[in-house]
Structures are given as structure tokens and as C-alpha cells.
Design a protein around this ligand. Structure first.
Ligand SMILES: Cc1cc2nc3c(=O)[nH]c(=O)nc-3n(C[C@H](O)[C@H](O)[C@H](O)COP(=O)(O)O)c2cc1C
Length: 194
């Protein structure tokens, strides 16, 4: 873990006016306010071919570099639009390039943006992927329904939603390193004989 927590955000929409990107950036801004360094991975700028396990490094575009950046992060903020009731393919492809070695132990904040109602299944799908990668998803994810009304002029229009997104960014910083805490507790118990 870095002395200053490093948080990487990935938003799974390639749309220019993406609400997901706005929300991920708002969470990252809150993380900066709480002392983190950040990087927002804008997938429009990354060459990510559909993941092919048979492809060599030369045919994998920026996939290996993305995985290397994720491995350097202490925490992640993952945002996805809801596409047909689940994770959008750009984010899924980005995650497919990552292995357990890249994500294990990272604290992960999750958010989902839907054109329709509350995107609970998509949050669950994303949480499941993070758990398979041995990341530590925060229990409180953020759902942003009715995206057509939730964003305005590049901002989150609803104050309650904005507050929840900011809390997500603060929480990934507050819980950075949570994966190591049990080990630290066990070691200090061994040292004190408790
Ligand atoms: C291919 C596609 C599938 C979609 N499927 C759903 C869906 O199943 N449920 C839903 O509520 N919205 C659905 N939407 C709407 C998006 O979730 C919504 O427009 C969202 O704001 C997109 O995120 P973005 O603003 O970050 O691009 C879909 C949009 C697209 C383009």
C-alpha cells in the first residue's frame, strides 16, 4: 500500500456525455479531498480489443498496461452503465484484462447508472466480478436510476445522489488497506499474547 492512497476510477461508458464518467469523476474528486492521488481511466482513450486468452501481448492493445495500472492502485472506483440489465461491455473487457494478482486486496467502490429503474442486479453482477478477482467491494454501492434526469450540464443534478457518490469516493479512501487489517490485528495479538 502507498503512503498516500492511490485510487483508480474506470467508467464503462464510451459515450461523450456519459453520466457514468461524471459520477466516477465526482467520486474521485471526493477521494482527492480525503488525501488520495487519483487516475481516471477513460476507456475512450484506451485501445482494448475484446479479450482473447489466446492473444499475445502484441495483439492485446493497451490491455496489459491497464492491468498494470490497476495493480498499482490501493483502491478502485468502478462505474458502469446498465446495458441490457448488466455490466456494459467496455468495463467488462477492461476487467477481463485484469487478473486476481492485479485486483486482490484493493478496496472497490461500485456504481451503476441506468436509464430506467434502480439497477440493483447490475450492482450485484459487478460486485460478483470484483469478488472473483479477490477485490474488497464496499457494502454500500451507488445506484443512479433514470439517468436522463440525474445529470445536467456535466453535473449530477440530484443532491442526494451527489452526496452518495461523494461518500463512495471518501469510503474507498477510508477503507483502503482493509484487506490487510485482519493480518495486522493477528500479528499485534501474537505480539501482545492476547
Ligand atoms: C445498449 C444499451 C442497453 C441498455 N439497457 C438498459 C437496461 O437494460 N436498463 C436500463 O435501465 N437502461 C438501459 N440502457 C440505458 C443506459 O443505462 C443509460 O442511457 C445510461 O445513462 C448510460 O450510461 P452513460 O450515461 O454513462 O452512457 C441501455 C442503453 C444502451 C445503449
Amino acid at each position: 500500500m502507498h503512503d498516500t492512497p492511490h485510487v483508480i476510477g474506470i467508467s464503462g461508458s464510451l459515450r461523450d456525455d456519459s453520466g457514468t464518467r461524471i459520477a466516477v469523476q465526482r467520486a474521485l474528486d471526493a477521494a482527492v479531498g480525503d488525501g488520495a492521488t487519483i487516475e481516471h481511466i477513460d476507456l475512450r482513450e484506451w485501445d482494448l480489443p475484446l479479450f482473447d486468452p489466446d492473444a499475445g501481448e502484441a495483439d492485446s492493445g493497451d490491455g496489459p498496461e491497464l492491468a498494470a495500472r490497476v495493480r498499482e492502485a490501493d483502491a478502485l472506483v468502478l462505474g458502469t452503465p446498465v446495458y441490457h440489465g448488466t455490466i456494459a461491455s467496455p468495463l467488462k473487457t477492461a476487467l477481463d484484462y485484469c487478473s486476481i494478482d492485479d485486483v486482490e486486496g484493493a478496496t472497490v467502490g461500485i456504481l451503476a447508472v441506468a436509464g430506467g429503474g434502480f439497477p440493483t442486479p447490475t450492482l450485484q453482477h459487478l460486485r460478483a466480478s470484483v469478488l472473483e478477482l479477490k477485490g474488497w467491494p464496499l457494502p454500500q454501492a451507488v445506484a443512479i436510476p433514470e439517468s436522463w434526469a440525474a445529470f445536467e450540464d456535466g453535473h449530477i443534478a440530484d443532491e442526494d445522489i451527489a452526496a452518495r457518490v461523494e461518500k463512495l469516493g471518501s469510503n474507498v479512501v477510508a477503507y483502503t488497506g482493509v484487506a490487510d487489517r485482519r493480518e495486522e490485528t493477528e500479528q499485534s495479538e501474537l505480539a501482545t499474547g492476547d
